[in-house]
Design a protein around this ligand. Structure first.
Ligand code: F6P
Length: 401
């Protein structure tokens, strides 16, 4: 039989590492002939856009390059698969195309929305006795997938973020004057990534001095009073703020939403910058890390990359053993030494759900996180990978679509 693999949702540094894991395990098994890649997620199946990955990834060097290339080499989508009763045709199209290519298993690397597709498709195949296994492989920098200890891609985003905040700390401390630097961090309604900036405290940095998560208390008055208190202690105050915190007045948002109805969140940093200018009047700058935190493979976490490959490989083993309708998961065995096992969860329990940052890990009047949270984060950013460069710049694997 052959298999198909696709990538969906927002990019990460490690999503191609999972693709590499799927590919390698398929090559090593004697049950799979060809690995097909679907361009732009499930849309590549619906629009008949499969590429033969065995013809594109020819050598071990190619595979290594795929593994360390950020984003999605196959492209991505934010497509919501309609329910069967709303659009039966699309299910027919998908199965027909799978049959044409003798696809016995489909692997979907994605976040909570993508698990909705895995859930719907696997239910459809099972209910109609279609022998195509459908398996979800998690990924997201948001770390907000349920029933897994963490998600591939998160550790590298956290490593980039903490390293970058540390550099911002050095930069903002040069002048002998009071200043506030606000760093806006992605993560939607979950504060995991923003909270992870606190790993700097483990290296004796006092910054970030204030950390604001969607799960904590926040108001403009509280923010101003927190900042004023920190300015009494530090010349240069560093604030890490999640893009997803909510204000009484949400008018600064663009109002735009994606196909899943998620709002495009952006702009809280600028709003807070203006507030400091107006109400405090010291030097202030806001920095929106934006997409840089999703694809910074030059600061990839080796732990993240290795685990992402492993979870991709294990997904193939699961499909070959007859499993379907599951998302592969990480189960943490211990922090020190750091040890994980790969498990699985029913996609119906994961699809469209969000795992938020634990409230018990938030402290200091919603401006900091606890040592338990640091113990959770630190192993995930561990280790560096060696990337191939050309003219001093990283080389990326690209597919001409
Ligand atoms: O889901 C991952 C994520 O990077 C969020 O942190 C962010 O809010 C969102 O994607 C941005 O979506 P898009 O890639 O559609 O701009």
């Amino acid at each position: 039989m052959n298999i198909a693999v696709a990538q969906s949702g927002g990019p990460t540094v490690a999503i191609n590492a999972s693709l590499a894991g799927v590919f390698k395990e398929a090559l090593d098994s004697n049950q799979i002939d060809t690995v097909y890649g679907s361009l732009n997620g499930i849309e590549g199946i619906i629009n008949q856009n499969l590429v033969n990955l065995n013809e594109l990834i020819k050598t071990d060097d190619d595979l290594e390059l795929v593994k360390l290339t950020p984003s999605t080499v196959l492209g991505s989508c934010r497509y919501k698969l309609p329910t069967y009763d709303k659009d039966a045709l699309v299910y027919g199209k998908i199965i027909e195309y799978f049959n044409k290519y003798n696809i016995g298993a489909f692997f979907y690397i994605g976040g909570n929305d993508s698990m909705d597709t895995v859930n719907k498709l696997s239910k459809y195949t099972a209910e109609n006795s279609i022998n195509i296994k459908v398996i979800g492989i998690p990924k997201t920098i948001d770390n907000d997938l349920c029933l897994t200890d963490h998600t591939p891609g998160f550790g590298s985003a956290a490593k980039y973020l903490s390293t970058t905040v540390q550099e911002i700390v050095r930069d903002s401390a040069v002048y002998d004057l009071k200043s506030v630097t606000i760093v806006e961090i992605m993560g939607r309604h979950a504060g995991w990534l923003t909270a992870s900036s606190a790993v700097l405290h483990a290296n004796d940095e006092t910054a970030p001095h204030l950390i604001y998560l969607p799960e904590g208390e926040f108001s403009q008055e509280k923010f101003l009073s927190d900042v004023k208190a920190q300015l009494e202690i530090h010349n240069s105050v560093i604030v890490a703020v999640s893009e997803g915190i909510t204000l009484d007045d949400e008018n600064y948002r663009s109002g735009k939403v994606d196909t899943f109805g998620h709002a495009y969140l952006s702009g809280i940093g600028k709003l807070l910058e203006n507030l400091v200018t107006e109400k405090i009047g010291c030097k202030v700058r806001s920095i929106e890390l934006n997409v840089m935190q999703r694809c910074s493979s030059h600061l990839a976490s080796k732990t993240d990359i290795d685990e992402s490959v492993l979870i991709g490989k294990t997904a193939v083993k699961a499909a070959l053993s007859g499993k379907t309708g599951i998302m592969m998961t990480f189960k943490r065995i211990s922090n020190n030494p750091y040890k994980i096992e790969i498990g699985e969860a029913d996609t119906s329990l994961v699809a469209n759900q969000e795992k938020t940052f634990p409230k018990e890990w938030i402290c200091d009047n919603s401006t900091n996180i606890t040592n338990d949270a640091l113990d959770y984060f630190l192993p995930l950013i561990n280790g560096e990978v060696k990337i191939k460069t050309q003219n001093g710049m990283p080389i990326h694997f690209k597919i001409n679509k």
